[in-house]
Design a protein around this ligand. Structure first.
Ligand code: GLY
Length: 337
C-alpha cells in the first residue's frame, strides 16, 4: 500500500531540491502554494475542453473540437485530432514524414485510452500512416492492449490499412546528412521536435486521450519510447482526469510520468501542481536533466488544466470556450546568471 505521508514528503523534498536552478520562488508548487500559472489558469475551469502538445496541436485541436461540439465522444475527438499531424509531412516527429531511425526506417508508436479504462497501443509499427487508428482497433477488436513491430503491421493490413512509404524526400535527405557523422546524440531540445499527446473531455463529461509519435530521430532500430506505453506517454482515468507527455521518452518512462500525474491529481493536486511535481521527480532522479526536454500536459475532470516542462520552449494548444490558443508552458531549468 502506498504510504501517503511518505509520498507527499518525497514530493516536497523533490521540490525543495529545485531551489538551485529555479530563479523564481513562486515555482514551489510541491508545497501547496500556487505557481503563477496555477493561479492564472486553473481557477476558471470550463467544459468541454481539448488540450494537446506543441504547435501542431492547434490544427489537431480544430479537428477534435468538431467532434466535441457535435456531441461526439472524446475518444473519437482525440483519434481524429491526432490523425492531423500524423498525415502532415511537415510535422517530422509524428506519422507520415517522421524522421527515421539510424537505419533509415520510420517506426511509429501510438496509444489511445477511453473513459472506461479501455486502451490500445502499437509500437515500432512501419508503413502505416495512422498508428493511432491501429491502436484503437487493437483496443476494440483484440483481447490485448499492445501489438508491436511486424505483428502490429500484419494486424493493420489484415484490417484494411494501406501499406505506405512514410519516408519523404525531405526526411530521407536529413537522414543521409546525419549518416555522414552518425553521431547518436538526438537534439531533444529542438522546438517542435516531438510527439502529439491529446486529452479531451466531451459534452457528456467523459475524458479520453491519445498519443502518437515517430519517436527520437536516429534512434536504434527497435527502440520504443514512452508514447505507446499506457501510463507513460498518456493515461486517463474518468474519475480523476488525464495526462500526456512529450520529450525524451526514456526520462518519462523512468517515472511512469502520465500515471504519476493522474495519481497526484487523485490525491488532491491541481493539474498544474501535478505536472510540476512530475518534472521535479525527473530532476530528483535523473542527474542529466539539463540535457534533455520533457513536457507534460494534464487535465482534471472539472476542466482545470496544467502544463510544465523541464526546459524553456514547450508549447501546448488549448481549445475551450470556442477558442483555440497556443500557450507557452512554464518550465523548470532557468539560466543561472
Ligand atoms: N516522447 C517520444 C519518444 O521519446 O519517443
Amino acid at each position: 500500500m502506498i504510504d501517503r505521508r511518505k509520498f507527499l514528503k518525497d514530493s516536497l523534498i523533490a521540490s525543495v531540491g529545485a531551489v538551485s536552478v529555479i530563479s523564481s520562488p513562486k515555482l514551489f508548487s510541491g508545497q501547496d502554494e500556487k505557481s503563477d500559472s496555477a493561479q492564472n489558469l486553473k481557477e476558471n475551469p470550463s467544459l468541454p475542453i481539448v488540450i494537446s502538445t506543441w504547435k501542431h496541436g492547434i490544427p489537431a485541436n480544430e479537428a477534435a473540437w468538431k467532434t466535441i461540439i457535435n456531441n461526439g465522444r472524446a475518444l473519437d475527438a482525440v483519434e481524429k485530432g491526432v490523425r492531423v499531424p500524423e498525415s502532415d509531412p511537415k510535422v517530422q516527429s509524428v506519422g507520415y514524414g517522421g524522421l527515421p531511425d539510424r537505419d533509415g526506417y520510420v517506426t511509429l508508436d501510438a496509444c489511445i485510452m477511453d473513459e472506461k479504462g479501455n486502451c490500445g497501443s502499437v509500437a515500432c509499427i512501419q508503413h502505416i500512416k495512422h498508428p493511432i487508428s491501429v491502436a484503437r482497433l487493437v483496443m476494440e477488436k483484440t483481447p490485448h492492449v499492445m501489438l508491436v513491430g511486424s505483428g502490429a503491421l500484419k494486424f493493420a493490413l489484415d484490417n484494411g490499412f494501406k501499406k505506405e512509404n512514410l519516408l519523404t524526400k525531405e526526411t530521407k535527405a536529413k537522414w543521409e546528412k546525419w549518416l555522414k557523422d552518425s553521431k547518436y546524440k538526438p537534439d531533444i531540445k529542438t522546438e517542435g521536435h516531438d510527439t502529439i499527446g491529446m486529452l479531451a473531455i466531451d459534452n457528456q463529461g467523459n475524458i479520453s486521450g491519445a498519443c502518437t509519435t515517430s519517436g527520437l530521430a536516429w534512434k536504434y532500430h527497435g527502440r520504443v519510447g514512452d508514447s505507446p506505453i499506457i501510463g507513460d506517454g498518456m493515461f486517463v482515468d474518468n474519475e480523476v482526469g488525464g495526462a500526456a507527455a512529450t520529450g525524451k521518452g526514456e526520462a518519462v518512462m523512468k517515472i511512469a510520468g502520465s500515471f504519476l500525474i493522474v495519481e497526484l491529481m487523485r490525491i488532491g493536486k491541481k493539474p498544474q501542481q501535478a505536472c510540476e511535481l512530475a518534472i521535479e521527480r525527473i530532476v530528483k532522479k535523473q542527474s542529466d536533466y539539463k540535457d534533455f526536454q520533457v513536457g507534460f500536459i494534464a487535465l482534471d475532470k472539472k476542466g482545470n488544466y496544467g502544463a510544465f516542462s523541464l526546459q524553456k520552449g514547450f508549447q501546448y494548444a488549448l481549445y475551450r470556450d470556442d477558442k483555440n490558443q497556443l500557450l507557452d508552458s512554464n518550465y523548470y531549468v532557468r539560466d543561472e546568471k
